[in-house]
Design a binder for this molecule. Sequence first.
Ligand SMILES: [Zn+2]
Length: 231
Amino acid sequence: MHINLIKKIIEEAIGKQAIELIEILLKKRNVNEFIIAKKLKLTINQTRNLLYKFSEKGVISFTRKKDKKKGWYTYFWTFEVDKALLFVKNCLMKEIEYLKNTLKSRENKSFYICKNCNIELTEENALLTDFSCKECGEILSLNADKKLIEEITRKINKLEQQLNIIDEEMGRREKETGKKMERDIKKKKTEKSKKLRKARLKRRREAKKIIKEKDARKKGKKIKKAEKNKK
Ligand SMILES: [Zn+2]
């Protein structure tokens, strides 16, 4: 699994402590929140805040147990890899879309810049001030920064590569789950047919028994009749 990529993107979405928390939850399922707090060196409230942030994004899940004496709940947390992958995929897609829009407007529209104040304006806004800076009066110049376009393009390419990695991982995991389900279904089928066979054999044995008993009764009657006739 490309866990570093997942960690990095969740860190961007949630914050620095995300990585430590993921590392704790990757080792074990159903981790007690007090143990998490101890490992993160946070108070239980800080820990819960962090856990809720994760939980909001859907990448972790919990079970809870009630302390019968004290009457409160303790929460146990589990990292949900499939949901984390989906979350990461959505983050990447959003970012790519945003960058593509930026690129489009960069390519289609003109931007003007004041070199003194380092302020950038769209052509429409630059027209309003007759192409001079509102702050210092300097004449605005066309900002045809090719570097910026190249940079955005590079970034999009990189994110698309990451998206591919995540898609592949999701596909692989889906296949695995599919195979497991197939195995489970097969297993159930064999168990069912075994049961049916057993039942069939049992019925056959019982039928044979009944026939035998009937035969025995018939024989018994015949003998009695014969004895009667003799008399
Ligand atoms: Zn200026």
